[in-house]
Design a protein around this ligand. Structure first.
Ligand code: AMP
Ligand code: DBH
Length: 540
């Protein structure tokens, strides 16, 4: 029986019609690419995970087995799932299974803890949980017990065979139950926003829109069945899923090689062993790779293309990439909300090294606006607003936030400050959203400030970015608190609230008062400037 499908903000009919007419939206489920590979090239390797090789045939058989067992257990359209798995093959197999069965997942990052996971669960009220017993939140059954609508929890590394994900994935003995994906115009899954508000926001992505961004990314990045693609950043991140990401590789029939982390010690041997040719990185990882490659001269000769995105990438560093790694650099500026820009093969050096590229689609409508909402003159920085065939139209169940970040015409204001170069590329020069970009990992200031304010000795809290040579930015919490309050107590307090470690402030500063803007809000610009100045800092 069909329950109500997941609600979301749709594109207006005239735009939807255009996106279909122009061949962007194909009406196919997001799982179609890997399924086609399983039909035509079942023996080809889809995933290399440690010593395991998963062929397209295996991937499909296991995903079908899970989808069938879930269907038999009564799961289907209208159901949501909270999924948290590390960078392992099961992450993709489970995703493929949920797409097949029309169950809408949200894929939490492995670094997420109680606070983030509880917020996701509260928002989607999942009937299904798929997690890993080795994660600190899922050692016991407490989390599952706290989810009011949960009907089933499956675990990787489970002792109990009834909850063992591996058993549910086993093609042997799978039932013949029927299942099918949700219609292509409907929500396929929720993507996570880096966010700038108190609660992490969810982004509904449809089969049609996501599939289009992947298909075009494959073309722009030259992904083929020969591609050997390294996923060393968190697998659920939009960048690693879709730009061109693992889903792009599956669509083309290439091979995804998984790594636990982007450290050169882990990745360089994998590159040599598996002849990796394409790798997406964030700038902070590139910095580590450059250092390590100069030290050890490992065999990286298979590398053909390095994608770099997620955070500001210094031009001087960008220029070192081809020489040191012997591969092409492709910059990517994307967002889980939609819009993705790439520099293109054949672009002039200035564009490749000093811009973040141009949009995927001729129908990505970009506006660069000043504070009063007027378009700025060519070459002047302004706020980025976008509308297009794979940019969402609203966060899930968040009318107030949507009213703030969308205009009447449905343009999404990403909070980035960009300028257009002479060749029509975008350059990201800053941001107006209240967020810290810590080596590509986004921290919503308000989320951490709210948690800090729960400490009985904290009166005011402001989280701001401070520049950092390796990470690009680190976070600093400026605290107005009671006498005797110290950083370790606040760190402990945040850990106890259960948040991802990357969100714990790198630095704490104690102040008598916070600077205020004329309207009485915390003046973060003044704080950032004060903190970036060498000592003596005015806030101490
Ligand atoms: P998220 O909301 O987590 O998907 O993060 C998207 C945001 O990351 C963008 O809005 C930008 O602020 C930032 N970002 C992504 N790629 C780049 C890039 N190449 N250069 C600068 N900032 C970037
Ligand atoms: O930072 C991002 O969110 C990002 C970066 C590059 C992204 O979502 C993407 C490419 O698709």
């Amino acid at each position: 029986m069909d329950r109500k499908l997941v609600a979301f903000e749709r594109w207006p009919a005239h735009l939807a019609d255009r996106y279909r007419a122009r061949g962007y939206w194909l009406g196919k489920p997001l799982c179609h690419g890997a399924e086609a590979q399983a039909r035509h090239r079942p023996g080809a390797t889809a995933i290399l995970c440690g010593d395991r090789a998963v062929s397209y045939g295996d991937l499909d058989a296991q995903a079908r087995a899970l989808a069938a067992r879930l269907a038999q257990a009564g799961f289907g359209h209208g159901d949501t799932a909270l999924v948290q798995l590390p960078n392992v093959a099961e992450f993709y197999i489970v995703f493929q299974a949920l797409l097949k069965a029309g169950i809408v997942p949200i894929n939490a990052l492995w670094s997420h803890r109680q606070s983030e996971l509880a917020s996701y669960a509260e928002q989607i009220r999942p009937r299904l949980l798929i997690a890993d017993r080795s994660h600190p939140v899922f050692g016991g059954n407490g989390f599952a017990a706290g989810c009011d609508r949960l009907a089933l929890a499956l675990y990787r590394n489970a002792e109990d065979p009834r909850r063992d994900l591996a058993a549910w994935l086993d093609p042997a003995g799978a039932p013949a139950a029927e299942f099918r994906p949700t219609p292509a115009g409907q929500v396929a899954f929720f993507q996570l926003s880096g966010g700038s508000t108190g609660t992490p926001k969810l982004i509904p992505r449809t089969h049609d829109d996501y599939d289009y961004s992947i298909r075009e990314s494959n073309r722009i990045c030259g992904v083929t069945e020969a591609t050997r693609f390294l996923v060393a950043l968190p697998a659920p991140h939009n960048y690693l899923m879709s730009s061109p990401g693992a889903l792009g590789v599956f669509q083309a029939g290439g091979t995804v090689v998984l790594a636990a982390a982007p450290d050169p010690q882990i990745c360089f041997p994998l590159i040599a062993r598996h002849r990796i040719d394409m790798v997406p990185l964030v700038p902070s990882a590139v910095a580590l790779w450059l250092e390590a490659a100069r030290r050890d001269a490992p065999d990286l000769s298979s590398l053909e293309r390095m994608l770099v995105g997620g955070a500001a990438f210094a031009e001087a560093t960008a220029r070192q990439v081809p020489g040191v790694f012997g591969c092409a650099l492709q910059q990517v500026f994307g967002m889980a909300e939609g819009l993705v820009n790439y520099t293109r093969d054949g672009d002039d050096a200035e564009t490749v090294f000093a811009s973040q590229g141009r949009p995927i689609s001729p129908d990505d409508e970009i506006r660069i606006l000043d504070e009063s909402g007027r378009e700025v003159p060519e070459g002047t920085p302004g706020m980025l607003a976008v509308r297009g065939p794979y940019t969402f139209r609203g966060y899930y169940n968040a009318p107030e936030q949507n009213a703030r970040v969308f205009d009447r015409e449905g343009f999404y204001y990403s909070g980035d400050v960009v300028e257009r170069t002479e060749t029509g590329s975008l350059r990201v020069v800053g941001r107006v959203k209240d967020q810290i970009n810590r080596g590509g990992e986004k921290i919503a200031a308000e989320e951490i400030e709210n948690l800090l304010l729960r400490h009985p000795q904290v009166r005011q809290a402001a989280l701001v970015a401070v520049p950092d040579p390796m990470m690009g930015e680190r976070s600093c919490a400026v605290i107005v608190g009671e006498d005797g309050l110290r950083a370790p107590a606040l760190r402990r307090h945040l850990m106890e609230q259960g948040i991802a470690e990357y969100k714990i402030p790198d630095r704490f500063q104690f102040a008598e008062a916070l600077p205020l803007t004329p309207v009485g809000k915390t003046d973060k610009k003044a704080l950032r400037e004060a903190l970036a100045r060498p000592a003596p800092a005015p806030v101490s």
